[in-house]
Design a protein around this ligand. Structure first.
Ligand code: NAG
Ligand code: NAG
Ligand code: NAG
Ligand code: NAG
Ligand code: NAG
Ligand code: NAG
Ligand code: NAG
Length: 838
């Protein structure tokens, strides 16, 4: 008996919990669409019909003896028709909209300051109140600086005190006018807004009373296209997220077929259409073993309000359950810790959403949303976000506007007075959707292209000025502290390790001081860089290097093991790089020449290190001094990027560049950075392009002893690359062993790096990909070469042979290193006698 009952019960449960997969469209009970002041019904291309106020039995506009001035001009675009007419109110006026249903409704207001012979709507100053909630107060197009149309979306309760009515009041400020072009009142599904939500910082759930109104601040489709009212069962708009990403390089968008998205119990297309769940941003591949960074989005909001933040998730990236575990932060506070979507949905590609509430304080006008990998290292590192809604909540004085004067709140109920109502028509058509989204794109997505100017190449005057940048090193230091991976060493310890700074242990000498090979007490072989204590410039760079390197650990970055600041000493202790600088392996030292494969692998390693600097850390870092003496090799010829003395934090948030005094090494310096003094990651890309050419041709970046046109490698190599004959100037040691396709790929990559304008240069990620490809081409050809003859290889000896000895003798860019050198110093600068040099 019991047994069968239990089975029956289970069966009922199964039936009840069958996943609710539906695409049946939602039919709202109330859908009142008003073409304010219009004389006929307007059908938008999303299929909705906006009727003139007077036609609609549910709409009352009072007072009620209106003068209608009707125009006969019609806008050009279909979308714009709603904006051809507007009501103009000289006195406080009220729309009363009777609804069939109580509960929250979408209230969408369209304002467009159409041109009219009698009224300047741009200068109109007015307020709007709906069911006692202040939506706009003293709003004016001229004051807000808005030029185009304004579209506002609210969620307002109908019922409660106002019994099945939505009362919308428009009040001109004294002497001014108010106007409106279109109104939508649409009922929403009951569960659209939650009765409570978790606060961030986390605490007990916060209740959201039904009379609280919402204003849509942002509705974002992460990694996806713009979704218009056509694509949403509730006629909402979802914007793409690109312009809100703090660092676009940290994110990669994922798209799956929207029909794969499953809606389980409790989630429906009314929460968000499948296009929202079918696209996401995931962590970009920084190509490091332990990827640790957040994807961050920032949204400007009005302070002193509470916001409902709804996040939409759908695991469209994993191959199996429980593979996607990540952290979510709101305003730097943890919202979800080690969140596993699978544990909520038990299925892949299933829609899921979660709500939070967060206060935005006086001091901040932003909401920062971040997703990043969990601290647990046994999960694959990835994090995603599919969609995000940020809704401003009305405050305890029932307002969505800050700083209302108390007298205004008292007089929120409109005084019924004499009134004049005018409908005006405009010939100007506006497509509000297109305008709003286009304005966004034009403003945010297209950084201004640098003005083309004739390039004035001013050599040698480069390393000047030490008034450094807007980026404060101090602020970086404070955050670096807790995560510092290097240790403080006692001076006595360092002295012992270097046998009291024995001259025989000196590896090299540079502007900063000497570098010694040393053995620490624990047996580690290290390189000790001892600063010249008198140099203030040196101190800045010393601190800079500690701050930068302490936070970074990467296979292709030279690790800082420790440092010592005792007794005015500035000592940095690095891992020892037995192979020394890359430059030494290319020319001038008599070391055996590197094979093409080794050179490619070294370039790939260095590119990985730089890629990590640019994208891998929380803040992007620009190296500023990429050159062959700053790429060090270990005993296995693994390349590591060194010398962070000049590094800068990259541009943040709304900046696209960092303004800073020009620093770097002559011959490697980005001409655009030099001209504009604006630093971006692309300056490193340029320098890396010079490195690539140097690796290929085995000659210094600048060699003044050569004929004039050959002095600068970037110019000389580009001359041949543009003719498709780069092989003419390659290192003679490579002739016969380089696959031509591999060389082409390499040459193209270097050419792109050396593009005149930063925006035309690839990212380090792209470069990495291209170099890996060049390596594959080389390896594939080596496998074939035993079968075929070496027809693929470059047959002839280059016409031009690098004049290495002369170059070194010329001292143009010479560094005096002995065995290994972690220092950079440039003869050019000392030649110039620049006192502020490094
Ligand atoms: C707008 O476009 C829709 C569909 O394309 C059409 O049915 C409607 O008549 C158009 N409205 C006007 C005013 O042209
Ligand atoms: C209304 O007009 C009066 C007189 O012109 C002025 O003193 C007052 O500040 C105005 N009020 C507003 C809210 O602009
Ligand atoms: C926001 O601030 C208000 C007033 O200070 C407080 O009552 C409320 O609990 C806060 N909400 C959250 C989510 O922190
Ligand atoms: C949005 O709807 C339009 C019209 O139905 C359709 O052509 C378009 O492909 C849709 N876009 C998306 C992203 O679904
Ligand atoms: C989050 O932290 C960053 C860096 O620590 C800081 O610049 C930013 O202002 C913080 N944002 C908020 C909203 O607290
Ligand atoms: C992600 O951001 C949060 C909050 O700003 C921070 O605490 C955390 O350390 C960041 N995680 C990573 C890996 O950078
Ligand atoms: C994008 C990219 O560069 N991916 C590379 C990451 O590293 C692995 C292993 O080193 C390569 O196989 C990928 O091609």
């Amino acid at each position: 008996m019991c047994h069968s009952n239990c089975l029956y019960f289970t069966w009922i449960l199964c039936v009840l919990y069958v996943p609710f997969i539906t695409s049946a469209s939602f039919i709202p009970k109330d859908s009142i669409l008003i073409n304010c002041g219009g004389s006929k019904a307007l059908k938008l291309d999303d299929g909705r019909v906006f009727e003139p106020d007077s036609w609609n039995q549910y709409v009352g506009l009072s007072p009620n003896s209106n003068i209608v001035v009707s125009g006969n001009k019609i806008g050009k675009s279909n979308d714009s028709i709603l904006y051809n007419s507007a009501w103009v109110f000289k006195e406080t006026s009220t729309y009363t909209i009777n609804t069939k249903q109580i509960g929250r409704h979408w209230l969408r207001l369209h304002f467009c300051p159409v041109e009219s012979p009698h009224y300047n709507l741009k200068s109109a100053v007015f307020s709007v109140v709906a069911n006692g909630i202040v939506l706009l107060h003293g709003f004016s197009f001229s004051k807000s600086g808005k030029q185009s149309c304004l579209f506002k979306e609210y969620a307002i309760e109908v019922g409660g005190s106002s019994s099945e009515k939505l009362v919308l009041t428009l009040s001109p400020f004294n002497g001014s006018i108010a106007f409106i072009n279109g109104i939508e009142v649409v009922s929403m599904p009951g569960a659209q807004f939650p009765p409570s939500a978790l606060p961030v910082p986390l605490g007990p759930a916060v209740e959201i009373p039904t009379h609280v109104a919402f204003e849509t601040a942002y509705r974002i489709n992460m990694g996806g296209p713009l979704l218009t009212p056509k694509n949403d069962s509730q006629w909402r708009i979802w914007e793409p997220d690109q312009s809100f990403l703090v660092n676009a390089a940290t994110a990669r968008n994922v798209v799956v077929n929207p029909s794969l998205v499953k809606y389980l119990d409790g989630v429906s297309v009314e929460i968000a259409p499948n296009w929202v769940y079918a696209t996401a941003q995931e962590m970009a591949d920084a190509n490091v073993t332990d990827q640790r960074f957040n994807i961050s989005w920032t949204f400007e909001v009005e302070p002193m309000f509470t916001y409902l933040i709804r996040m939409h998730f759908c695991d469209i990236v994993s191959a199996s359950l429980h593979n996607l575990v990540f952290n979510v932060y709101i305003n730097n506070q943890s919202a979800l810790d080690s969140f596993d979507i699978s544990s909520k949905t038990m299925e892949l590609s299933a829609a899921y959403f979660i709500d939070f509430v967060a206060n935005v304080s006086m001091v901040s006008n932003r909401i920062l949303v971040q997703v990043g990998p969990p601290d647990l290292s046994y999960f694959p590192t990835n994090a995603i976000l599919n969609g995000l809604e940020i809704m401003k909540m009305s405050n305890p004085s029932d307002s969505l506007v800050r700083n209302l004067r108390p007298d205004y709140i008292d007089s929120k109920t409109p005084k019924r007075k004499k009134w004049v109502l005018l409908a005006i028509t405009s010939s100007i058509g506006f497509a509000f959707l297109a305008l709003i989204s286009m304005a966004f794109y034009l403003y945010l997505c297209h950084p201004k292209k640098p003005r083309r100017q004739s390039s004035v190449w001013l050599p040698l005057a480069t390393h000047v000025g030490n008034s450094d940048s807007k980026v404060s090193i101090g602020s970086f230091a404070s955050t670096a502290h807790s995560r510092s991976l290097s240790r403080v060493l006692a001076f006595s310890e360092v002295r012992e390790a270097t046998k009291n700074f024995d001259e025989h242990l000196v590896l090299g000498v540079g502007g900063f001081g000497k570098v010694y090979k040393a053995v620490l007490e624990n047996g580690d072989v290290v390189a000790v860089k001892r600063g010249n204590p008198r140099s203030q410039q040196g101190f800045t760079e010393f601190r800079n290097e500690i701050e930068m390197l302490s936070k970074l650990r990467h296979r292709h970055l030279v690790s800082l093991i420790g440092y010592c600041e005792e007794l005015d000493e500035m000592i940095l202790v690095y891992e020892f790089m037995a192979g020394g600088p890359l430059r030494k392996h290319l020319y001038g030292s008599g070391l055996p020449p590197l094979t093409w494969k080794q050179r490619l692998q070294i370039c790939i390693g260095a590119a990985k290190g730089l890629h990590y600097l640019h994208t891998g850390a929380a803040e992007s870092i620009i190296h500023r001094d990429v050159k062959t003496t700053n790429i060090l090799l270990d005993e296995n010829l693994t390349a590591k990027v060194a010398d962070f003395g000049l590094s800068k934090l990259g541009p943040t948030l709304d900046q696209t560049h960092v303004s800073t005094a020009v620093k770097g090494s002559f011959g490697y310096l980005d001409p655009e950075y030099f001209r504009r003094q604006q630093l971006t990651e692309k300056s490193d890309v340029y320098s890396f392009g010079v490195v690539l050419m140097e690796v290929l041709c085995a000659r210094p970046a600048i060699n003044p002893s050569l004929p004039r046109e050959q002095v600068n490698i970037a110019e000389w190599a580009m001359y041949w690359q543009k003719r498709g004959q780069l092989e003419k100037i390659i290192d003679p040691h490579l002739v016969g062993s380089v696959n031509l396709e591999s060389l082409r790929k390499f040459g193209e990559t270097a050419e792109k790096c050396l593009a005149e304008y930063g925006t035309d240069r690839p990212t380090m990620g792209d470069i990495l990909w291209n170099l890996e490809y060049a390596l594959q081409l080389q390896e594939a050809s080596i496998q074939m070469v035993s079968a075929e003859n070496s027809a693929n290889y470059i047959p002839d000896i280059p016409e031009w042979v690098p004049q290495i000895e002369a170059a070194e003798g010329g001292g143009a860019d010479s560094v005096s290193y002995k065995e290994s050198d972690t220092i950079t110093s440039s003869g050019v600068f000392s030649q110039l006698g620049d006192p502020s040099g490094r």
